[in-house]
Design a protein around this ligand. Structure first.
Ligand SMILES: Nc1nc2c(ncn2[C@@H]2O[C@H](COP(=O)(O)OP(=O)(O)OP(=O)(O)O)[C@@H](O)[C@H]2O)c(=O)[nH]1
Ligand SMILES: [Mg+2]
Length: 345
């Protein structure tokens, strides 16, 4: 595929890609924003990618923004989809062209301008974790660059043991599906003391007591699940942070270094095989599914995507924002097309 960065001396080159996942509202975008300002302060500006087509307020300046290429409201109209279906389809459309993004990251590598790339994902976690596009994007990144999953967990919303357990079970399923080094960011520790979460992860009895207090009984199923998680916690890298204050971001970055080394040692070879053996087939299959969707909705080839392009040096973000964005597309904008490649390209 284009955009490949061949490994040299048994290691993939930078940037290290951080895929930021988490439940809606857990603080992914705030985390990316703070990480950006923290790294800039330390003279390590990250390369930022926004993959949320429906994001309205963008507090950071992405180098690459899905909204410059796909207009999800237009997708909604053309394919007769609801908002969630349109977000999934937008990401599907985008992922079929993801090799262009890899080329840009390859350039980052050649010019050695950024050592970390941060990928912010859509609000609804399942859009990324359970879709063909999420898989393709993950595979594109991980088969080319050292890649780490950062799972943002909202400490404020997880104080109930049942919610905590569901969140952790989700994290666990993402870990096994992604097959990548994994860091859990316990976010919002400026408003909630993270001690409870750390205790529950390390002390099964403390967690059992908490769950029994809440539900007045502990079923076998709950107990079994909690025990399964006990195994998961043993291997888990986690760090309490505040994405508002920047607390503990230094610790987080140390974990990223360790996770990137782990990727090179334990994951790289398998991921390189994925690139060679199946990635292009998956992209072709997704492309043909999208074409059938276009045909079945009677809209043929009308959806155009803008070319994935990064902000060139010296260009201000305001220049990019002059282009209509997803949230600004009005009802009468149907038919307006972004120059660039076609769905069938
Ligand atoms: N106090 C506090 N609030 C936070 C922190 N991180 C995020 N928030 C708040 O949590 C809310 C959601 O944050 P976002 O960054 O939009 O979360 P998100 O996961 O990107 O949300 P979606 O993309 O919609 O899923 C906002 O009101 C943030 O200000 C934190 O560390 N501390
Ligand atoms: Mg967000």
């Amino acid at each position: 595929m284009d955009g490949e960065v061949e490994s040299e001396n048994g290691t993939m080159k930078s940037p290290v890609c951080l895929i930021v996942l988490g439940m809606a509202g857990s603080g992914k975008t705030t985390f990316v924003t703070k990480l950006d300002s923290y790294l800039r302060q330390h003279k390590r500006p990250p390369y930022l990618v926004n993959l949320d087509p429906a994001c309205k307020n963008m507090p950071y300046k992405p180098n690459i923004d899905i909204r410059d290429s796909v207009r999800y409201k237009q997708v909604m109209k053309k394919y007769h989809l609801g908002p969630n279906g349109a977000i999934v389809t937008s990401l599907n459309l985008y992922s079929t062209k993801f090799n262009q993004l890899l080329e840009l990251l390859g350039k980052v590598n050649v010019e050695n301008t950024h050592d970390i790339a941060v990928i912010d994902t859509p609000g609804q976690i399942e859009v990324f974790t359970w879709s063909a596009s999420g898989q393709i994007i993950t595979e594109c990144l991980a088969s080319t660059f050292p890649t780490v999953v950062v799972y943002v967990m909202d400490l404020e919303r997880s104080t109930s043991p049942v919610t905590f357990m569901s969140n952790m079970l989700y994290a666990c399923s993402v870990l096994y599906k992604a097959k990548l080094p994994f860091i859990i960011v316990l976010n919002k520790c400026d408003i909630v003391d993270p001690t409870y979460a750390i205790e529950w992860m390390h002390d099964f009895e403390a967690f059992s007591d908490a769950i029994e207090k809440e539900t007045s009984y502990m079923s076998n199923l709950t107990r079994t699940m909690a025990l399964t998680l006990d195994e998961f916690y043993n291997e888990l890298n986690y760090v309490p942070v505040s994405s508002l204050t920047g607390y503990n971001f230094d610790e987080f970055l140390k974990m990223v270094d360790t996770a990137a080394d782990e990727f090179q040692r334990e994951y790289r070879v398998e991921w390189e095989k994925v690139r060679k053996e199946k990635l292009q087939t998956e992209i072709t299959q997704l492309n043909s599914k999208l074409n059938s969707l276009a045909v079945s909705s009677g809209e043929g080839e009308d959806i155009n995507l803008g070319i994935i392009s990064s902000l060139s040096a010296g260009r201000e973000i305001s220049d990019v924002y002059l282009a209509p964005m997803a949230n600004e597309i009005s009802d009468d904008s149907e038919g307006e097309e972004v120059s660039g490649f076609n769905l069938n390209d």
